[in-house]
Design a protein around this ligand. Structure first.
Ligand SMILES: NC(=O)c1ccc[n+]([C@@H]2O[C@H](COP(=O)([O-])OP(=O)(O)OC[C@H]3O[C@@H](n4cnc5c(N)ncnc54)[C@H](O)[C@@H]3O)[C@@H](O)[C@H]2O)c1
Length: 336
């Protein structure tokens, strides 16, 4: 069965999904795109040959011609569109994070349950070949019992200050992917201790955010983890993960545009890593969308469900409280 989809939000990530859905996902037909900034919807429709565009998301959500809605608008709009789409009986893909507030998330997840539709959250890094292989190494006990997890995740440059102001902060916007990765690899976390500061741009501090953070995790299974984030690594997008266990370690490095090393009398060197998430994770965005469309067309459960979107928000809240109060914070403190 062909799954007919509509996208809401034609910004950075909406355009990326429009690209993958129209070029790489068999069984998907992208029929409409909505953006309150009509020019953005129009441009996406032209660029990706999407038949309809509109400035009104409800037109897409309520359309009888659409099976599934892909929500790519700014985070503060996600829950309202999830609820409207669920009530209209549509299948839903929603970008991360679902929202910044647990009560709002719970209302949206309840609407999804009540409607009996499916909701997949956009944690694309789970679909990256490196991360999938790490997961297999852990699950098949290739590295024995996992003892520690180390995630290094650094952006090449900070986003614009206007984006920072509505992003929910580094832990909600950026580290949320790493919180998800930690859960994906080693299961639930019970306690978090976070340090964070402004080391790159004072304007980020003036906007009420941090640009550098180091976070310790205590997992329910007894393992320890750490996540390091920076908004600016001068050598490019730095994405590394290591799981160390009783029988060995599984480690992933950065991806490069080529595998050449240049050796001379002064040094042995290579070109910089792929620049940013669009380049580094492109294939994972393709794979997550294939997984969504396959699940919908075959009536199987989607691979990243609503609770997978909720828990990293809880973790980000615990991290922010830990940083503010300078102490380890248990997740059940936040849950109340
Ligand atoms: N999974 C990932 O790797 C990833 C990467 C980037 C962004 N994101 C997430 O995707 C979302 C969008 O981020 P972005 O970087 O594409 O932002 P963006 O600002 O580039 O695009 C957002 C678009 O949504 C539109 N919009 C805002 N309110 C709307 C509304 N009420 N109705 C319809 N359209 C509306 C805006 O006009 C804009 O075109 C955020 O939640 C962000 O966290 C996820």
């Amino acid at each position: 069965m062909t799954v007919k989809l509509g996208i809401i939000g034609a910004g950075r990530i909406g355009r990326l999904h429009a690209n993958t859905l129209t070029t790489r996902v068999t069984g998907a037909e992208l029929v409409a795109v909505a953006d309150i900034f009509e020019e953005a919807a129009k441009a996406a429709a032209e660029d990706y040959r999407i038949p309809d565009f509109t400035a009104d998301p409800s037109e897409v959500i309520q359309s009888g011609d659409i099976d599934a809605v892909v929500i790519c608008s700014s985070t503060d709009t996600h829950c309202r569109f999830i609820i409207e789409a669920a009530r209209a009986g549509k299948q839903i893909f929603c970008e991360k994070p679902i929202a910044f507030d647990l009560a709002e998330i719970d209302e949206a997840l309840a609407a999804v349950d009540a409607a009996g539709v499916q909701l997949q959250i956009g944690f694309n890094r789970r679909f990256d070949a490196n991360h999938a292989r790490l997961k297999r190494a852990i699950e098949s006990a290739e590295i024995g019992e996992p003892h520690t997890l180390t995630i290094i995740s650094r952006d090449p440059s900070p986003p614009p200050i206007d984006y920072i102001k509505v992003s929910g902060g580094l832990m909600m916007d950026m580290m949320i992917h790493d919180f998800d990765m930690a859960r994906f690899l080693l299961g639930e976390v019970e306690e978090i201790y976070a340090l964070g500061d402004v080391k790159i741009d004072p304007a980020i501090g003036e906007a009420g955010d941090i640009d550098t953070a180091k976070v310790m995790l205590r997992f329910e299974n007894g393992a320890f983890g750490s996540i390091e984030n920076s908004r600016q690594a001068v050598y490019g997008y730095d994405q590394r993960v290591e799981v160390f266990g009783s029988k060995g370690a599984a480690t992933t490095g950065n991806w490069h545009s080529n595998a050449v090393t240049i050796s001379d009398a002064a040094s042995v060197r290579r070109d910089l890593p792929l620049h940013f998430f669009v380049e580094r994770y492109f294939e994972s965005y393709v794979t997550e969308m294939i997984a969504f469309v396959d699940a919908i067309s075959e009536g199987k459960p989607v691979p990243v469900v609503g609770n997978d979107g909720r828990v990293p928000v809880l973790m980000a809240m615990a991290g922010m409280r830990s940083m503010t109060e300078n102490r380890p914070v248990r997740l059940d403190e936040i849950e109340g």
